[in-house]
Design a protein around this ligand. Structure first.
Ligand code: ADP
Ligand code: MG
Length: 383
């Protein structure tokens, strides 16, 4: 076959599946858009199969009339203008490619947006066709903000649809976890998830912070009192005038006692008990409010580093085998321009210019908290 150019519709259809892989990535994109619109309350609603309905309602700044026809067009964005802007996009906006909604429209039966900006008296209901064009525009009542509703997701990709239907339960769990990660990354915002027509309320979840929510209060609401009780808040560097510009806020199983206390045996017992209690809750890592995936890339490397120190601390007590997925909440604030967010379509991985500096800092922090790796390993003779 000769080399020929693919028609634009085919190029877009192929491209869309790489931007949006499943219902969880749709929810993620809609949440990112709501955060970019400065929303303080984000409500997710899903059908039980996660495909018929995916909806996020926010109280952000809404979509101005002049932008209504561009919302679902490929490469149309209000967030950056030049490639240089990417350097600084890190902490200021989550989106930047203008691809998400166009891809969602391409892959679903319909995208409906109801929106109203604070200055408008009534809202507008906008419907978009598969090619991203605006197919209808009517007046509607809507509070200030935006509700974006996707129906019949994966309608045109039957194999993925079938697989997704089988995976619905797992996907719901992942979406809930995703929301928890966002709540940890933005503990002062309100997040909720509701599964429509579900027989039970297992997957419904509301995170409603109080006005002065601290990380401990947030953690109680997200992972519960038992886990929270055995964790401690740590800041690094403790000197806020540190010139590096990096700031790390962690909430993790207590263990300082393990390396410093005089009564080492007693301290080891505590370490073991605390880390075990905080097991199976997973790691939540965010960079400037952007939750990172902890199953790949930088997030995975950070999670692995943490686990090796936590396990080493527990190993002193031969409890390491039972430590599989200890809880960690880690919030990183980084100097502007120190990392690139344009790494992969999900935008949940970042590339640091000076990775060694970051990991040096993380190692020092975990080492200070849990004790050095080597000593810990030496201190645990194999049976
Ligand atoms: P990106 O976020 O990369 O710009 P998207 O396809 O996700 O691309 O969104 C396209 C545009 O639609 C955004 O740039 C933004 O201007 C607008 N938009 C989408 N969702 C919202 C929302 N919830 N509130 C306000 N504006 C929105
Ligand atoms: Mg977006």
């Amino acid at each position: 076959m000769p080399i020929v150019a693919l028609p634009q519709t085919t190029v877009r259809a192929i491209g869309s599946t790489s931007v949006i892989s499943d219902s969880c990535s749709v929810v993620k994109e809609l949440i990112d858009n709501a955060l970019d619109a400065s929303a303080t309350s984000l409500q997710v609603e899903l059908s039980l199969n996660t495909l018929d309905v995916i909806q996020v309602k926010d109280n952000g700044h809404g979509i101005p009339t002049e932008d209504h026809s561009s919302v679902c067009k490929h490469t149309f964005t209000s967030k950056i203008q030049t490639v240089d802007d990417l350097k600084n996009v890190g902490g200021s906006s989550f989106g930047f490619r203008g691809e998400a909604l166009a891809s969602v429209a391409e892959m679903s039966g319909g995208v409906t947006v109801s929106t109203r900006s604070a200055s408008e008296v009534t809202g507008t209901c906008l419907k978009y066709a598969r090619d991203g064009s605006l197919s209808s525009c009517t007046r509607t009542s809507h509070p200030a903000g935006t509700t974006l509703r996707v129906t019949d997701f994966l309608k045109y990709i039957p194999v993925r649809r079938q697989t997704a239907l089988k995976d619905a339960t797992k996907t719901l769990t992942r979406i809930k976890k995703l929301l928890q990660a966002y709540a940890f990354a933005h503990p002062v915002l309100r997040f909720s998830i509701k599964v429509l027509k579900a027989k039970n309320e297992n997957n419904n979840w509301t995170y409603a912070p109080s006005a002065d929510t601290e990380i401990v209060d947030a953690a109680i609401k997200i992972v519960g009192r038992d886990v929270t009780a055995c964790c401690v808040v740590k800041k690094f560097p403790s000197d806020s005038l540190d010139p590096s510009g990096y700031e790390l806020l962690a909430f993790l199983p207590k263990a300082n006692a393990g390396m410093q206390a005089l009564d080492r045996n007693y301290a080891r017992l505590i370490v073991r008990a605390e880390i075990i209690k905080a097991n199976n809750q997973g790691q939540f890592v965010s960079v400037d409010g952007r939750p990172l995936s902890v199953s790949r890339g930088l997030g995975l490397d950070i999670a692995k580093l943490f686990k090796s120190y936590a396990r080493a601390a527990a190993l002193r007590n031969e409890a390491a085998k039972s430590i599989t997925d200890p809880f960690l909440y880690l919030q990183l604030k980084c100097p502007q321009g120190s990392y690139d967010v344009n790494i992969e379509p999900g935008k949940d991985d970042v590339l640091f210019e000076d990775r060694e500096l970051l990991f040096g800092m993380l190692e020092s922090f975990f080492c200070y908290h849990y004790g050095p790796l080597q000593t810990a390993q030496k201190a645990s003779p194999k049976k």
